[in-house]
Design a protein around this ligand. Structure first.
Ligand code: KIV
Length: 277
């Protein structure tokens, strides 16, 4: 087995200009496939709330949800770095809450790093988590936990003021000790500028090709949702169609009594059968 990807690999990849590959997973089966593909990192994102739990935002996701799904991913992934999101209200209430909850994601969940949304305002809690020995990844741009403050799921940093704030925030987060920062839904040219101004790698999602790596929500590239693929994702396969066809075939065969066939059934001797009453 190859050794575990660590934050030093992330930094080395940036120095050597080799893109870092990150994808979300939320369960054992998917994490096992992803890990075998050789992805650098698996993110147990709080997108869990949308794509697995069926909420319309990430806000209802709890620490217990994140720990439960992190444990499942960790049972499968032996090589990829495992990063888990700190969910809404797990770090905003106090520095102590932030450190305690980040610690839980490693201690109980088994993750190797945590991800946290926000800029300058989270610097104190980031410093405290890093001081506790926990690698921290940032998340700037469209930060879904602030959807109500942002006024919807919109591209961020299009005007001078918000673009400059994003650059300043990124520098402050690097200074605070983060090992990497996700840039979500920001113009490609701004993401390029941020990436060039940092020593730590940026991981883009809807942030163009100039980031030091890319992250994506796995359900979006697999085409799991028949009605929606976000602009920032490419549908590599239409699993919704494939799964629907498979389930319909199964249903049809059950009704027609053609499944299970002989090959899916178990035998016993007629002698035993004859003795039964
Ligand atoms: O929750 C998540 O999946 C994320 C990615 C979109 C970066 O934060």
């Amino acid at each position: 087995m190859n050794s575990r990807i660590t934050k030093s690999v992330f930094l080395k990849r940036k120095e050597e200009n080799v893109p870092i590959t990150v994808i979300t997973a939320y369960d054992y089966a998917m994490a096992k496939i992803i890990d075998r593909c050789g992805m650098d990192a698996i993110l147990i994102g709080d997108s869990l709330g949308n794509v697995v739990l069926g909420y319309d935002s990430t806000l209802p996701v709890t620490m217990e949800d994140m720990i439960h799904h992190t444990k499942a991913v960790c049972r499968a992934a032996k090589r990829a770095m495992i990063i888990t999101d700190l969910p809404f209200m797990s770090y905003e209430t106090s520095i102590a809450d932030g450190v305690r909850n980040a610690g839980r994601l490693l201690k109980e969940g088994g993750a190797q790093a945590v991800k946290i949304e926000g800029g300058e305002e989270i610097v104190p809690v980031v410093k405290a988590i890093v001081s506790a020995g926990i690698p921290v990844m940032g998340h700037l741009g469209l930060t879904p936990q602030s959807v109500h403050q942002l006024g919807g799921f919109k591209v961020q940093g299009k005007d001078e003021q918000t673009a400059q704030k994003l650059i300043n925030d990124a520098k402050m987060l690097e200074e605070a000790g983060m090992f990497s920062i996700v840039l979500e839904c920001v113009p490609s040219k701004l993401a390029d500028k941020v990436s060039k101004s940092l020593k730590i790698p940026t991981i883009g999602i809807g942030a163009g090709n100039g980031c030091d790596g890319q992250v994506i929500v796995i359900n979006d590239i697999l085409g799991m949702d028949a009605d929606f693929t976000p602009k920032l994702a490419k549908k590599y396969v239409d699993l919704n169609k494939i799964i629907s066809e498979a389930v319909t075939s199964y249903m049809t065969e059950v009704v027609a009594r053609t499944f299970p066939g002989e090959e899916n059934s178990f035998k016993m001797s007629d002698d035993v059968l004859e003795k039964l009453y």
